[in-house]
Write a protein that binds this ligand. Structure first.
Ligand SMILES: Nc1ncnc2c1ncn2[C@@H]1O[C@H](COP(=O)(O)OP(=O)(O)OP(=O)(O)O)[C@@H](O)[C@H]1O
Ligand SMILES: [Mg+2]
Length: 253
């Protein structure tokens, strides 16, 4: 059993007067894929935003509790270090429109000085695009702007951009919600390979139970800012203990 990649104890988040996360306790083991599911508005995106500290950007936010990533309390860390440890992919593909496909992937490594030479950078860009299962489709057009790519390709480009910093943890917020089935399966295969071959820990929001079943070792169900159930995906999907999980799986909440 590996150590935890993410440990959350009594996490509370309020924005203005409204309490959004109401005492979250959660452990995500290293080297696993975990799915975060729950109805719209239950706090899934907010939880991911805490883990990479994008929550800091929201006005009037209050955060309390303990959040550790690979054993370090992220509240005490430099925010850039936190974001280097955890790559993030959002629901809507958001490549930088004014940069080429190549530069979209290379930018983080350039800024952080990860690659020392042009050759190292080329290799890193190729590795990230291969890992995102996009290399073969773009290798002859790396200087093209990203908006010439399909939506699904743009999402894989965003995955490659996140991977180029070699994060140990990958956070994804419904990465395939706006993507066709073929691209969805490619992204899922990329995630499975990243876990298996790179030992990456993956924590993803999905609203599709079938996706959790295909991909995730563990599933966490949240409802109204609280974890209602967590465990191995088969247990949650086949014999959920909680009525809210059963309702969610039947599409009723
Ligand atoms: N910046 C904000 N200011 C005020 N309220 C917010 C803000 N961001 C989120 N909320 C509120 O927090 C609650 C949880 O939102 P969140 O986006 O985390 O839900 P979610 O589970 O990701 O939902 P969805 O499945 O629709 O993406 C919602 O009631 C939302 O309106
Ligand atoms: Mg959301």
């Amino acid at each position: 059993m590996n150590g935890p990649a993410i440990e959350i104890r009594d996490l509370r988040v309020s924005i203005g007067e409204k309490e959004i996360l109401k005492g979250i306790n959660l452990t995500i083991p290293e080297g696993t894929i975990s799915a975060l599911m729950g109805p719209s508005g239950s706090g899934k995106t907010t939880l991911l935003r805490v883990v990479n500290r994008l929550i800091d950007l929201i006005d009037g936010v209050k955060v309390s509790g303990i959040v550790k990533v690979f054993g370090k309390s992220i509240m005490d860390m430099d925010v850039y270090e936190v974001r280097r440890m955890s790559g993030m992919v959002f629901q809507i593909p958001n490549p930088f429109p004014h940069m080429s496909i190549y530069d979209n992937v290379a930018i983080g490594a350039r800024v952080n000085g990860v690659a020392k030479s042009k050759r190292e950078l080329d290799e890193l860009v190729k590795w990230a695009l291969e890992r995102a299962m996009l290399w073969d489709e773009v290798k002859s057009r790396l200087r093209d702007p990203p908006w010439r790519l399909s939506g699904g390709q743009q999402q894989r480009l965003c995955l490659a951009r996140a991977l180029a910093l070699k994060p140990k943890l990958l956070l994804l917020d419904e990465p395939t919600a706006n993507i066709d089935p073929v691209n969805t399966l490619k992204i899922e295969e990329a995630l499975r390979n990243l876990r298996k071959e790179e030992g990456m820990t993956i924590f993803m929001v999905t609203h599709m139970p079938q996706q959790a079943i295909r991909l995730a070792d563990y599933t966490v169900m949240i409802y109204d800012g609280r974890v209602v159930e967590e465990g191995p995906t088969e247990e949650i999907a086949i014999s959920p203990r909680h009525e809210l999980t059963r309702k969610f799986l039947r599409g009723e909440v």
